[in-house]
Design a binder for this molecule. Structure first.
Ligand code: FAD
Ligand code: MLT
Ligand code: ZN
Length: 460
């Protein structure tokens, strides 16, 4: 190891695991965006809070930028290290630390995967309700840093609702214990909440105390086929009025085409323009009858053309795969991803405007729509034609994103619903946050990280 800065780090922490092989630099230097060429200085894999603190002290001393890194499933470039940064991976800090039965909380190290957190919660007869397709790889630290959403937000809310406390190493290496699992704490600013969604720019989350919930009642999963976009919100309103929804997710025929080509099983014989996968409580006959009645009413109204109800866990998983498999099925097409939101009440008008805008703006590209429509969150993925170079494709998409950002601004929406700003959406932050807000955010960042060590260039 010839770099004197790394020699200094290794001298301060002789037991710290450091990786510098080209394959490791490439692996840990990128996230799911695959847009930037990874070029980190090295990868640090600490195994304790003390090691994380010492790495941060070293980074300040040597003036080396640090990129906090979880599962690198992020879709906004937040965990990308392309400028000689040190990647600080929490991967080895992945243990459950404490379960408090009276509090119904589980304290875990930040490198634990979301799926491991689910399993640990289940081991105590409870659930950790944040959930989405990257569960096997994404980390609790990354979920906190992005305020991850997912497929159960309609019932349970975002990660923000489920964090009772955080241990965080701030930019200067100081350890902060935020909220300590308290339910009630009116003792000034809630720095825990400030940390949630901060995308690794304010501190390194080393431990999280997760709130756990009662398991939901038995549920049913239904696939619905819809004739047009207007029907989406009509079905949503009707189903929400009659059923206790756990999830309400939509996708288009084009999304279905890709997910089927990727190995998912067809569930309906016909082809339709829009689909919804919804899951609802179905503990007893009355709840199941209500679901059937809601379905029949939607068919009578012409909002639904066909549907299927899963009769087994395997069938439920197969219906969910139609929705959850979309991201992986699109990945080979190097999609340009939009992750936008508006208030639920603004969705119908917004959808119309968006459809007109995108039909006009992207006549030459495949545009795939899917997402958490029950939360007002749409994922619009533009697929790259094979013949088009990456840079040219992105440049063309960015022109449209400017129009999209302006439309969102008029509807009071957000350019990033759940993936974060990172590098990808940085040019559009002003469409969602005012100049005064951004000035305050810059000020906060300066206080937590005075030397600009943490994830520079991300967010703003
Ligand atoms: P990373 O990608 O490693 O990092 C994300 C950001 O968090 C970066 O800015 C990084 O610097 C920071 N960070 C990571 N760890 C820490 C830490 N310990 N302390 C401080 N900062 C840290 N997201 C959703 O919200 N909803 C979805 O439904 C959803 N579905 C997905 C499906 C697939 C198939 C994929 C690939 C991704 C999906 N995502 C979704 C995006 C992604 O999984 C989330 O953003 C997730 O929260 C990222 O976690 P991670 O551990 O992979 O973080
Ligand atoms: C999803 O909802 O599937 C995710 O947010 C991933 C994506 O947008 O591709
Ligand atoms: Zn999503």
């Amino acid at each position: 190891m010839t770099d004197p800065r790394l020699a200094d780090l290794q001298a301060s922490l002789p037991n710290l695991r450091l990786l510098t092989e080209p394959g490791d630099l490439e692996h840990y230097g990128r996230d799911w965006t695959r847009r930037w060429t990874p070029a980190p200085l090295a990868i640090a894999l600490p195994s304790s809070v003390e090691e994380v603190q010492e790495v941060m002290r070293w980074a300040n001393r040597q003036g080396v930028a640090v990129v906090p890194s979880g599962g690198r499933t992020g879709l906004s470039g937040g965990a990308v290290a392309a400028q000689g940064e040190l990647v600080l991976s929490l991967q080895r800090m992945n243990r459950a630390l404490a379960f408090e039965a009276a509090d119904r909380t589980l304290t875990v190290q930040a490198g634990m995967t979301l799926q491991q957190a689910h399993e640990a919660a289940r081991g105590h007869g409870l659930i950790y309700p944040v959930d989405f397709a990257a569960r096997g790889s994404c980390s609790i630290g990354g979920n906190v840093a992005t305020n991850a959403g997912g497929i159960r937000v309609i019932r349970y809310g975002n990660t923000r609702e489920w964090i009772a406390g955080l241990k965080v190493v701030a930019g200067n290496g100081e350890l902060l214990e935020l909220n300590r699992g308290l339910i009630k704490n009116s003792s000034g600013y809630d720095l825990r909440q400030l940390m949630i969604g901060s995308e690794g720019t304010l501190g390194i989350v080393v431990e999280a105390t997760l709130k756990l919930a009662e398991p939901p009642p038995p549920s049913q999963v239904m696939l619905l086929a819809l004739p047009h976009m207007d029907a989406l919100m009509q079905v949503f309103a009707a189903f929400r009025a009659r059923l206790s929804l756990q999830a309400f997710e939509f996708f288009t025929a084009l999304a279905l085409k890709h997910v089927l080509a990727h190995g998912a099983q067809r569930a309906l014989d016909g082809d339709y323009p829009y689909y919804v996968v919804c899951e609802f409580d179905a503990a007893d006959e009355a709840a199941r009858d209500a679901a059937l009645a809601a379905f029949e009413q939607a068919v009578e109204q012409g909002w639904v053309l066909d549907g299927a109800i899963a009769q087994s866990e395997a069938q439920a998983a197969a219906l969910w795969r139609l929705r959850e498999g979309i991201t992986e099925s699109l990945a080979p097409h190097r999609p340009y991803k939009n992750d936008i939101s508006v208030r639920i009440g603004a969705v119908p008008a917004f959808l119309h405007e968006m459809q007109a805008l995108l039909t006009q703006a992207y006549p030459q590209f495949e545009v795939v729509w899917f997402g958490h429509i029950g939360d007002g969150n749409l994922h619009i993925n533009v697929l790259k034609p094979q013949a088009l170079a990456d840079a040219e494709f992105i440049a063309q998409c960015e022109q449209v994103t400017k129009l999209l950002a302006a439309t969102l601004q008029r509807h009071g929406g957000s350019i990033s619903a759940e993936h974060g700003i990172g590098l990808v959406k940085r040019p559009y932050l002003e469409s969602t946050r005012s100049a005064a807000e951004i000035a305050l955010m810059r000020g906060v960042r300066q206080v937590f990280d005075p030397h600009g060590i943490l994830n520079p260039g991300k967010l703003f």
